[in-house]
Ligand binder design. Structure first.
Ligand code: TYC
Length: 140
């Protein structure tokens, strides 16, 4: 006759379930009083599940710059700033005059792809109108 050791084995199973690492519990919070640091020390293959770290990184930003030259008409530059950089007539005029006097000025700050697109659009638009206006970008 085999002895039935039922209650003993059942207790062990319950203990195992109670001690199973829970994603919302960290070391020492599993409600038992036999904490071993919560890292499964001495229990091969058992470790603490640590909450996933939200991994969101801010993208690098790039300044789009307009360069001065002696030939592009002021009105054309103002138009470029209104059309491609969504500036008001007043803001566009201010930036154009800044570039005219200082040699270079910021049109806007964007993520890499947007900045690259703006630069291409401005250079292409200026070329099509036979103006030497130059535009470039730099990491912020
Ligand atoms: N310097 C130009 C002129 O006198 C005007 C100008 C302003 C040109 C800004 C380019 O990015 C520029 N007509």
């Amino acid at each position: 006759m085999t002895a039935i050791s039922g209650s003993n084995d059942l207790m062990k199973l319950e203990d195992m379930e109670r001690n199973a690492t829970h994603p919302l519990l960290s070391a020492g919070e599993d409600g038992d009083d036999n904490d071993q640091g919560g890292n499964g020390a001495g229990r091969p293959g058992v470790g603490t599940v640590v909450k996933a770290k939200p991994k969101t990184k801010k993208p690098s930003m790039y300044r789009v710059l307009l360069l001065n030259d002696d030939y592009t008409p002021m009105e054309f530059v103002v138009h470029v700033l209104e059309r491609f950089f969504n500036k008001s007539r007043e803001a566009a005029t201010e930036i154009m005059l800044h570039v005219h006097h200082r040699g270079v000025g910021v049109c806007g700050i964007y993520t890499y792809e947007i900045a690259e697109t703006k630069v291409s659009q401005v250079i292409d638009f200026a070329r099509r109108h036979q103006h030497p206006l130059q535009c470039t970008m730099e990491k912020e």
